[in-house]
Design a protein around this ligand. Sequence first.
Ligand code: BES
Ligand code: MN
Ligand code: ZN
Length: 487
Amino acid sequence: MKIAFTDSPDSEILTILVEKGSNLNPAAQELDASIGGLLTEALASARFEGNVGEQISMVLPKSAAANRAILAGYGGPDRDARALEKIGAHIYKASSMSGFENLDIMGADAGDAARIALGVMLAAYRFDEYRTTLKADKKPSLKHVSMVVSDVATEQAAFAPLAAAADGTYLARDLVNMPPNDLHPESYADKILELTAHGLEVEILGEAEMAKLGMNALLGVGQGSVRESKLGIIKWNGLDNDADPVALVGKGVCFDTGGISLKPGAGMEAMRGDMGGSAAVVGTMLALANRKAKVNVVGLVGLVENMPDGNAIRPGDILTTASGQTIEVQNTDAEGRLVLCDVLWYTQQNFNPVAIVDLATLTGATVIGLGYHHAGLFSNDDQLAAALFEAGQDEGERVWRMPLGPEYDRQLKSEFADMRNIGGRSAGSITAAQFLQRFIDDGVKWAHIDIAGTAWVEVEKSPIDPSWASGFGPRLLDRWIANNYES
Ligand code: BES
Ligand code: MN
Ligand code: ZN
């Protein structure tokens, strides 16, 4: 989907934003007059009030420059960024299959066009690569959307960073949507290597290198798989110095069968999305490179496949992590924390980060606690937690803080090792976060975001979220970095 900014409409479909309780804007009035008041008549004869989401689609007489007009509700003056995105998404949805290729949107107030355009872009995402029988008339016809604005340069400049972040959302969606036979640790590592074309530095560690580093927890999770486990390290150096980076860490379990503690069969296919945390990190790195962000950031993703196999780890196994701490595996399905603990340790040892944020589809308990509209946020630093909360509100990828506390540590006690990898039924998301915190050094600012409920769309799809994978993360993280770390 190409989105342009222009000061004069020239498309087949002309969308006119109509504010709630207001008349047509002057440009629309001009058109209305030239076609004998058809727009006014359409507005008067339908249940149209101008609310966000309301639309009238009409054919225009041959004398008009455009073939179609869409009158789209613009809401009242209290509309926020979410409403603007929704307006763009609804307009896209109403026209994408119309048979027309070009659409204009006019009537946005100064400063509103960028968010409307973002809504169009997020709604236009498709994942059709695996469909061979999709007929041409089931594919979108719409190819170009133009925002008609008076100050083209300013509005376009406001859209550029949003578009960069949305590219990251697209990449994250693609990765999460991809089937696990095609996106496994080896092919995923190859895809990450392709990011060098965008100016990112990429390094991939394989099993031999990770074994030397003592990353036996991560390696343990992958040892039942025929695919080699990988650690992806992606660097964006946007500053001309070696200032300490922000670090992002992602859980990249390309498929989670549960291992020997095998999951039930029903719905297991969703576990192809268990690399959603890593996709958020990879998408964010692309967003930062796209907009040449003035900041140093490193992204690390632990890529493994959790399979049951003769060589798989067993309940009862004790693993020695890179940090030296030992873990009794009581459930091979609590694998995400085993991957993250070694990657978090590696990150601190090698990068001296100013802050670390990890993202993971870590616990089903997060879905029980928060559902599908907020990710769970855990942090050892109030300021960091507040900044992530704010960024989530700004971009509509919301996080909600949950507690940490030493009282929960009891649940992780093992009779045989330094800890066990499960904490029992109660407070499952908190004990998982508490487990991760054991691998964070004193004084290191750290946040953990559990995206088990937000990485893919279980409930009804919203028009800005048209596919299974939501691509949750890049817009949140890109905003957080822009708000807090860019010079
Ligand atoms: N990947 C799952 C968590 C998950 C569940 C994500 C549902 C998204 C939707 C994770 O590896 C897992 O299996 N967690 C277990 C942990 C338990 C064994 C302590 C869980 O949540 O049941
Ligand atoms: Mn699991
Ligand atoms: Zn998992």
